[in-house]
Design a protein around this ligand. Structure first.
Ligand SMILES: C[S@@+](CC[C@H](N)C(=O)[O-])C[C@H]1O[C@@H](n2cnc3c(N)ncnc32)[C@H](O)[C@@H]1O
Length: 314
């Protein structure tokens, strides 16, 4: 059965009181997915009654905590995957998420880990990787019929990927739907206050992104339902063709601007270039020989980077 926008909102309305109770004591963390968006994820899991929940992109674990607080029964398994292990965020996530017995915190690349985890009906939230890497991952895992729905974060109306998603996926819903926003925006009040504390009130707010008016309420969570023919193959192939040609252009400009650009700067203004670099390095106790070594190593790694299949995520 295909769910219409009104059905989705009704499902969320039904789960809203329990959600509000479960998240009442969870303080908002910067970078976290907002509560009105998380309500959609949690409600659809309830609707499908899946016992396996997978999250990709944990950072300091705000979204993970919301999931864990809503699904803590022993017959539900939550797997949360994060790429970066030795970071402040990762330490904080372990502090934030201590004590949830059915929650597994995994490190590594979701592209490799998620396909191996899917062994029964599940819902998957992708909040890293982003953009085209997220769309490609979604298409790959949705070929497995155990996947009931995939959610991708950061799909506001201004993003180029949004247009492609609307073309590629047949049954899709976005949290910037006006009726959805009006029904659930009250869940985000604490988040706006928290953002204001960090002097970001002029930059971010409802329908405000980087101090400019935005067509979307906020970052926006996309919900894609799975079915036998969940995507339009022709649209997907032309999307892949487009991103491949964009990547090739990017690699060439990267090579010219970053690598040859630096060499050009050195040749044009050798004194200024070395003076600036040396002063920066002197502060760090690096001598001229080490500086040259560092520069050769850095330039080499930059060139290697562009030949890598996947560009590392931020
Ligand atoms: C925006 S943050 C996640 C925020 C988190 N969901 C929350 O609401 O608090 C994105 C995270 O995704 C991680 N990430 C990016 N690509 C990834 C990949 N291929 N596999 C696993 N994690 C990835 C990044 O390291 C980053 O910590």
């Amino acid at each position: 059965m295909e769910l219409k926008n009104d059905d989705i909102i009704e499902i969320c309305q039904k789960y809203l009181p329990i959600f509000e109770k479960n998240v009442a004591n969870i303080g908002y963390e910067l970078k976290g997915i907002c509560n009105s968006e998380m309500l959609l994820f949690v409600s659809i899991i309830q609707y499908f009654q899946v016992k396996l929940i997978i999250e990709s992109g944990r950072a300091s674990g705000y979204s993970t905590k919301i999931i864990a607080a809503n699904f803590n029964s022993s017959n539900q398994e939550i797997y949360s995957i994060e790429y970066l292990k030795y970071t402040k965020d990762s330490i904080q996530s372990h502090e934030n998420l201590f004590g949830y017995k059915n929650l597994h915190l995994i490190y590594g690349d979701s592209n490799k880990i998620i396909p191996k985890l899917i062994n029964r009906e599940c819902c998957v939230l992708i909040d890293g990787p982003k953009d085209d890497a997220a769309i490609k991952l979604a298409v790959r895992i949705m070929k497995n019929s155990f996947v009931k729905a995939v959610f991708i974060h950061d799909m506001d109306k201004e993003s180029n990927h949004r247009t492609w998603m609307e073309r590629i996926f047949k049954n899709i819903f976005f949290t910037d739907d006006t009726s959805y926003v009006n029904a659930f925006k009250h869940l985000d009040e604490e988040m706006w206050l928290e953002l204001r504390k960090h002097k970001r009130d002029d930059m971010y707010g409802p329908y405000l992104k980087n101090s400019k008016h935005s067509k979307s309420y906020y970052h926006t969570l996309a919900l894609i339902f799975n079915s036998k023919d969940f995507f339009d193959q022709d649209a997907y192939f032309s999307y892949i063709k487009t991103i491949k040609s964009q990547k090739n252009k990017w690699k060439i400009s990267f090579l010219f601007e970053n690598f040859f650009g630096t060499i050009k700067k050195i040749l044009q203004y050798p004194k200024i270039y070395f003076f600036v670099e040396l002063n920066v390095d002197k502060r760090n106790g690096i001598n001229f020989k080490n500086f040259l070594k560092k520069w050769i190593k850095f330039s080499g790694s930059q060139v290697l980077q562009i030949f890598k299949k996947r560009v590392p995520v931020s």
